[in-house]
Design a protein around this ligand. Structure first.
Ligand code: XMP
Length: 519
């Protein structure tokens, strides 16, 4: 694999974990550059470019020798290595320890107890020497190698943190990179600065300049169209393109008929009138709804929408003439949950529309400048690009829109009801100053009708589901805890104002096990 740059870095060796990119960005959050490489390709490593190395987790078992193609040279480079989950097991096995399938698998939160001090765990445990960490493993280390020390344990896994200070090797069975591990960042910070002695060399400004340079290089003098939705991601992409290849750019905004209330008016107003971006508005409502008629399978919905989007872009590209590139605001979570960026084996969860729906032989070449970034990184980048707070702080909205907030078939009647329910919910959040405290909120319409009673009459109408979550990156999430007063108020507003809904429910699941969207 070609190295992205020769900036000194923390190198992350990917073994296929869902969280590999999260490790990379945690490092970058500390202002230190990081790069991911697949474990199958660690050629051309230059020791002097590395502050340290982190092994990711992954779905493999350390005894699957044929699948693990890691060049053992990595262990002789002399820089510190931190192994996470599978990486922890791999380090243990490499130096002579034992790893076995565990009788009690640990998934989710686990309580961990400190047994020894270590540079890695400065300020990580509470005063009683405990902490809550996020686990996701079936195998565990049953014997540590000679020269290694046990630093912490859980009830079910004895060697949860291990170290060999002389060799500068460290292993943690849990995932310090996910926000649900309390003080996980502190542990990573200890590794990066106290153990690797890394120096700060990365910022949003740096990122902006690098992305602008990359776009200029990729696009050259060719024409490019940008799929604009008015959300944070595509707005940031449009502004990045504007600053790098502005004259060659045309933005296309497609009304799928599955947008939120009044969204098309707002987008046209912001981008055409305020930001003076060259915008083409396409009303494709009829096309989308006709292709989606009677489709209820979530994956089919996503693929139909993705394909139609591309078809429309190709049609407009032809009209504009000699367009070579299509830019879109794909983020890393879109990729990681559709397939892995490094080609490794993280399992597919959903076909996000701007990935899964692309035809194999697409005529336009893709430009996806944000594909290695997470939402909060994109927001910081947006600020760096002088986008308004109103755009930057908008809740994410998926490309397939209301189609995936309406399990079952899609009808005009359902869309109308859902648009109104969402409007009342979001409006109430804004009125109560809650919008900014919540990472994403929306209303969905469930495909079941239930009985109610209104004004002494029996009703038989849809259920409206409300979802509001807190998160930092959309990879993990928790539900937002509303007051009873707020819930009652919203429920009343929705039921009193919208004919077609007679029951409102609130989704209290986190991610995992649920995803943020319903489909
Ligand atoms: P899930 O439902 O996978 O959502 O937990 C994670 C985040 O991604 C958004 N999302 C999408 N964004 N195209 C997008 O541009 C899509 O197909 C898509 N599907 C989900 C979702 O709203 C949440 O913020």
């Amino acid at each position: 694999m070609k190295r992205l740059t020769n900036i000194k870095k923390i190198l992350i060796i990917d073994f296929g974990s869902q969280f590999t990119q999260l490790i990379a960005r945690r490092v970058r959050e500390f202002g230190v550059f990081s790069e991911i490489v697949s474990h199958t390709d660690i050629s051309n490593l230059n020791h002097s470019d590395l502050f340290g190395i982190i092994f990711s987790g992954g779905p493999l078992n350390v005894y699957q020798n044929k699948e693990i193609k890691l060049n053992k040279i990595i262990f002789s480079l002399g820089c510190p290595i931190l192994g996470i989950c599978f990486g922890h097991q791999l380090i243990s096995k490499h130096y002579g320890g034992k790893v076995k399938s565990s009788k009690i698998r640990e998934f989710g939160l686990a309580k961990i107890k400190k047994v020894k001090n270590s540079l890695l765990i400065n300020n990580f445990f509470n005063k009683s020497n405990f902490n809550n960490v996020w686990m996701s493993h079936a195998d565990h280390v049953t014997k540590i190698p000679k020269g290694f020390k046990k630093i912490a344990s859980t009830k079910d896994s004895k060697y949860t943190i291990i170290e060999n200070l002389k060799l500068k090797r460290f292993g943690v069975q849990f995932h310090p990179e996910v926000t649900h591990t309390k003080k996980g960042k502190i542990l990573l910070k200890n590794f990066i600065f106290n153990i690797c002695k890394a120096k700060k060399n990365w910022s949003s400004k740096h990122q902006k300049n690098t992305l602008i340079q990359n776009i200029k290089k990729q696009v050259g003098k060719e024409k490019i169209i940008c799929a604009l939705s008015g959300g944070v991601d595509s707005s940031v992409v449009a502004q990045l393109l504007n600053k790098s290849v502005g004259k060659q750019l045309k933005c296309i905004f497609v009304n799928t008929g599955l947008l939120r209330m009044n969204e098309e008016k707002q987008v046209i107003n912001t981008f055409k009138k305020k930001l003076k971006i060259n915008l083409i508005y396409v009303n494709a409502e009829k096309q989308f709804l006709s292709k989606l008629k009677n489709i209820s399978d979530p994956e089919k919905k996503r693929k139909i929408i993705g394909k139609l989007f591309i078809k429309i872009f190709e049609k407009y590209a032809k009209k504009i003439k000699r367009v070579k590139y299509l830019a879109q605001g794909t983020l890393y979570p879109d990729l990681i949950e559709s397939k892995s960026v490094t080609g490794s084996k993280s399992s597919k969860i959903k076909s996000h529309h701007n990935v899964g729906g692309l035809p194999k032989k697409m005529k336009l070449k893709l430009v996806e400048p944000l594909k290695l970034l997470f939402k909060d990184e994109v927001r910081k980048l947006g600020t760096e690009l002088n986008l308004s707070k109103q755009i930057i702080s908008r809740h994410p909205f998926p490309g397939p829109g209301l189609a995936i907030r309406m399990p079952g078939i899609i009808t005009k009647e359902k869309i109308k009801i859902l648009k109104m329910a969402d409007f009342y919910f979001i409006n109430e959040l804004k009125n109560q100053n809650l919008y900014k405290k919540i990472w994403q909120a929306y209303a969905a319409l469930l495909p079941v009708k239930t009985v109610g009673v209104m004004g002494d009459n029996r009703t038989y109408e849809y259920i409206c589901l409300l979802r509001a979550i807190t998160s930092t990156d959309g990879m993990t999430a928790d539900y937002f805890n509303f007051s009873k007063n707020f819930m009652q108020n919203v429920s009343n507003k929705i039921i009193n104002n919208i004919k077609g809904i007679n029951r409102v429910v609130y989704d209290v699941t986190s991610k995992p096990p649920s995803t943020i969207e319903l489909e």
